[in-house]
Each structure stands twice: as C-alpha cells, then as structure tokens.
Design a protein around this ligand. Structure first.
Ligand code: ATP
Ligand code: MG
Length: 586
C-alpha cells in the first residue's frame, strides 16, 4: 500500500507532486464557487462558516474543514464565520467553546468579529417555525418517540401519517406556544415539518424540527425548554448570517433536500448552497469526538491534550506546528470520495517543516558512560556546534566536552557484526562536533555483568570532527558531557490504534480492542545537553539521529525536563544502510 488513500485513491495528489509550501490544488468546491461568481450569484460575495458543535475538542479532521472554509474565504476575498452550533444543551460546555477558539486561532485563522452562536438565533428560529405552521408546513405531533419511529417506515416501506398531522393551524400554534411555555413534558410533543411520509429519502418523512428538553443551556440558561434540531437550525443559521456556500461532510448529502426545503418555505434573507466533501479519516487514528470523549472519560489517555490524541491540542503538545497541519490539509485536497489516508502522510509533513526550523541538539536516551583515558581529568573545553545545517542563519552554540561522556547504549556492541561502524572494541568513531575516539575496552559491572562503561582514547588532532591525515571514520555518534548534562524524561509515542486487520473498520463496535498497549513509552534517566535548561515549553528540537522532540507544555520544568517525541526521523536507519555507514549525525 502506498502512502496515498486506501480507498478513493487516484484523486489524491501523488506524493511526488507534494512540494513543501505548494499552493492547494484546485478542487470541485472552488469550481462551484467560481461558477457561482461567474454567474453573478450572491452579488459576487463568498461567505463560508466553520460550524463546530461545542461538545468536544477539535481534531485533525476539523482542521481540514477549518483550512477549507477559511482558505476559500481568503482566496475569494470573502468572509468565514466561526459559528458554534450549540443547539443541543445536554452535551455542550463552555470549556469546549474556549478550546475551539484557541485552536482555530493557533491554526492561524482569524474570524475577526464574526463569532456567532446558533443559540443566539433561538428566538428567530422560533418565529420561523411559527411561520411554517402558519403556512401549513409544520405541525405539532403527539405521538411518542417510539411511535414516531414506527410510523416512519423503512427504506423499503413508506411511512404512515400521524393521526395528529392534520391539526388546524390555530391548534398547532397554540400547542407550539405551550411547548415553549413549558406546559408539556419531554417526549410528549414535537414540532414536525409537513413534507411527505412516503418520500424515498427518509429525511423528508416529516422530520422533527423541535423537541421539548427541560435542560439549561450554557448560553441561554433556562430561557428555553424547546430546542431546534440540527437539520432545521443549520440552514436557517446559514441564511441569517448570509452564508453563500455551506460546506459540510458527505454524511449530510441526504439531508440536503431538507436543507433546501427549510430555505424554500421561509422568507429568508439569503439562499445558501450546501456542498459536501469527504471527511478526513486517518489509519490507526480515532477520529470521532464521541470516541475521543470516551478515551478521556475512561482515563485511557491523560486528557484531550494527550500527545497521542489527534486533537489539535494533542498535536500541539506533541510538537506539531500550525504550518505543518495547514500544509497537510492543503496537500490532501478535497474530494467526494470517502477514504482512509495513511497517517504517515501527516508525519511526513511535520518532518518537512521541523527539518527546516528545529535546532539540532544532542540527547542520550539510554546513557552509557564513556571515559576518555587520555583526556585530562578536570578539564572542560567548549566546542562550537552548528545549530541547524538546513538554516545557516541559525548560528552555533558552545558545547562542553570533558573526560567523561554519555553515549547511547545501543551504539556499542561487544561482538560487532560486519559493517558495524559504531562503537566496538578497537573501533574508531567520530563524536559529533568533537573528536575521534577509539574504544579500548568495555568494563562490566562485577555483580550484574552488565556493561558499566567504555574506556576510550581520543585523538586531539581531530577537533571539530575531522582528521588531518584524512583517515576515514564512518560512524558519527551523539554524546553529552556527563558532568554538564541535564536529566530528562522522554516520552515516545506510537499510534493509539494498532494496525487494522483485513476488513476491520475503524467504526467497529469493539474499537477499543484495537487500542495499542505500546502507544506510550516513558524513558527516564535520559541525558541532554545543558543548553536545554532554558528551552521554552512547547519549543521543538531535533535530537540528532533520533527524531523531533518538543518540550512538554504541561509537565516540563527547568528542574525536571520532559520531552515528547513528535516524530522519529525519516527512515533513518534505512538511509544509513544505503550510505554504507552505520550512523551519521546531523
Ligand atoms: P465527529 O464526527 O468527530 O463527532 P462532528 O462532525 O460531529 O465530528 P462538528 O463539531 O459538527 O463535529 O464539526 C464541525 C465541522 O467540522 C463540520 O462542518 C464537520 O463537517 C467538520 N468535520 C468534522 N469532522 C471532520 C473530518 N473528519 N473531516 C473533515 N471535516 C470534518
Ligand atoms: Mg456534527
């Protein structure tokens, strides 16, 4: 399987066409908008909206929608509203509203003054409903929820009309007013659109517009005890705001006739057009808010911002940049085809971005002492180290070097295989930014038998990592000076879900059985170079030869540094094998 979509591939831009910073490819939504503009619709205006329901944190799928909606507004000199779709009082919370605003801003988009709430339209939506009743297009039904379901019919059988369907307009108006006044209990009455109980599209079989819910709302408090349904509130909210193009995901395609019906039967100021696109799905990634909430509530992750979460707050804490996420959204494009994109696509984008700007530092995750026998005891020297070979403007820093260092335990083998170019008895390697050292002996712990330290010698003539006689040293290792290094905890992440088995959909009921038990590995006792003491929380680095890491924004302190691995280096070992060298730093 290539790294494009598993289904609906072919519409995806090929990986080769993905240059960094490339403009997003044209897509069918742009074609629709351009045709509308050419036809002079909406007076040349383009107005979109991003309409999250504040019942969870935003995830990478939402980012696709945000980039699309705000991006189209930017492209066509239009506007994009941030609208909270807060018509359901039971699941919505202020915490979610705040997190959504923070995340949209962090992604780099600005809704200026255009922050709206569907709940602000409750009175207007009520008046529209009265208008529908007056026009004989809506009625109060007194069937129970079960009966309504039963009367609805099935895909193969038409529904039946409710005995209450032909109530008079005055009776409907009276009952609807009393619903609002709180006279009826939940489930006793609903307001329904009067459309067609035999419609092939089930959404058109007299859908419910309002139900009684005796619940306080996070914005309107106790003002209401009836709440509008999404399919009714959404087109009218769009119309009230003057939206021209209402972009949503494919599951709403079958709802579009209802969307249009609401607009057609009311005196609305504007007739927005609904356009559907395929939602983003990623392999090995939980993407529904309901499941993400479950992970949080059941303590399966540390919170919405757990670095393994596909939420924007999780990705941010993990080390993702807004630029990497925006570039990813641009590259994957917009299609009408449901597919599952390989999650590696997201990771490639992050590497590309961080490669350009993350300063290189050295960190030893599994330290092994290395003593340089011919280096004077008590001496320290400061070596110059380049901060980023990809960015000459990034300058250099000073690195302390001394007699006792730490190197990576994995970089030593007592019985080295062929083509092992790292440390082994008798092998000479380059220490990045420093000197050539030759391993003389591995000293074992008498009790445990484990290797305790390496005894080495260095060649003072190789300062900076080159030799005058031009002798070749293939391996280049990272290291830190033991006396100067800082302790750190490093958290290594893997995907939340294990690889899906054949035919196993992400939506399977037992999705939790696929939770990857190895998604978090905490490595303590790591040693990092001293300059990291003052690194800001949230700042990102390349740990040479290991990957990109981010200072944890929640748990890291100068006294106890905590790093999250954002992403490993690209195929690092494969590349090294091909180059014929065992390891190369920087
Ligand atoms: P979920 O299915 O994860 O619960 P949702 O669709 O219920 O998400 P909303 O808050 O209603 O979440 O979504 C706000 C906007 O983001 C909607 O316009 C929706 O279509 C879009 N959106 C949600 N998930 C995705 C996704 N995976 N890919 C693209 N757009 C998405
Ligand atoms: Mg939704």
């Amino acid at each position: 399987m290539s790294d494009s979509t598993r289904a609906g591939a072919g519409r995806e831009p090929s990986a080769a066409a993905e240059g960094a910073g490339e403009a997003p490819a044209a897509n069918f939504i742009r074609e629709i908008i351009e045709a509308d503009l050419a036809a002079g619709k909406n007076g040349g205006r383009v107005a979109t909206r991003f309409p999250p329901e504040p019942n969870g944190y935003l995830h990478i799928g939402h980012a696709k929608s945000i980039c699309l909606n705000f991006g189209l507004a930017q492209r066509y000199g239009g506007t994009c509203n941030l609208r909270f779709d807060d018509t359901n009082p039971s699941k919505e919370e202020v915490e979610y509203v705040e997190s959504i605003k923070h995340d949209v801003r962090w992604l780099g988009f600005d809704w200026a003054q255009r922050e709206y709430y569907a709940s602000d339209y409750f009175e207007q939506l009520y008046q529209y409903a009265v208008q529908l009743i007056e026009r004989g297009k809506a009625y109060v039904d007194s069937l129970s929820a079960d009966q309504i379901r039963e009367y609805r019919g099935t895909l193969t059988q038409p529904g039946r009309e409710s005995p209450y369907r032909n109530r008079s307009v005055p009776e409907n108006l009276d009952l609807f007013r009393r619903m609002r006044a709180g006279e009826f209990e939940e489930g006793t009455h609903v307001l329904r659109a009067k459309i067609d109980m035999a419609a092939p599209n089930m959404n058109m079989r007299d859908p419910t517009l309002y139900r009684v819910l005796k619940q306080a709302h996070h914005r309107t408090g106790d003002a209401w005890c009836i709440y509008p349904m999404y399919d009714y509130a959404h087109p009218l909210s769009d119309a009230i705001e003057g939206i021209t193009h209402s972009i949503c995901t494919l599951e709403f395609e079958d709802h579009r006739p209802l969307y249009d019906w609401c607009l057609a039967h009311l005196d609305v100021p504007c007739r927005p057009r609904q356009i559907e696109f395929a939602r983003l799905n990623l392999t090995r990634t939980v993407m529904s808010k309901r499941k993400l909430l479950q992970l949080v509530q059941e303590g399966l992750v540390s919170g919405w911002d757990d670095p393994r979460m596909p939420t924007l707050s999780g990705l941010r804490r993990r080390g993702y940049t807004p630029e990497a996420i925006r570039a990813f959204c641009d590259r994957i494009g917009v299609t009408k085809f449901e597919g599952v994109l390989d999650v590696s696509r997201l990771e490639h984008g992050l590497r590309d971005d961080l490669n350009k700007r993350a300063p290189r530092v050295m960190a030893v995750l599994h330290p092994l002492r290395l003593v340089i026998e011919n280096y004077p005891e008590g001496q320290t020297e400061e070596l110059d180290a380049e901060n980023n070979p990809e960015d000459p403007g990034a300058g250099t820093r000073k690195l302390p070097f001394s007699r006792v260092l730490y190197v990576e335990r994995d970089d030593f083998r007592e019985d080295a295989p062929k083509k092992w170019y790292r440390l082994a008895p008798g092998m000479e390697v380059r220490l990045k930014h420093a000197y050539y050292v030759t391993c003389r002996e591995a000293v074992r712990d008498e009790k445990s038998g484990a290797i305790r330290e390496l005894r080495c010698t260095y060649d003072p003539a190789t300062k900076g990592g080159g030799s005058e006689d031009g002798r070749k040293v293939r391996g280049t290792l990272h290291w830190v000076s033991a006396a100067h290094a800082l302790d750190a905890e490093v958290r290594l992440y893997d995907h939340l879900l294990s690889e899906a088995g054949p035919g196993e959909a992400d939506e399977s009921a037992d999705w939790k059985a696929r939770l990857n038990p190895g998604s978090l590995e905490v490595v303590t006792g790591c040693k990092v170079e001293p300059g990291l003491k003052t690194a800001d929380r949230g700042s990102r680095f390349q740990f040479l030869r290991q990957g990109y890491f981010c200072v944890d924004s929640v748990d890291s302190t100068p006294e106890r540094l905590v790093f999250n691995r954002a992403v490993a280096l690209r195929d690092s070992w494969a590349k090294i094998e091909r180059a014929g060298g065992p390891s190369s730093a920087g």
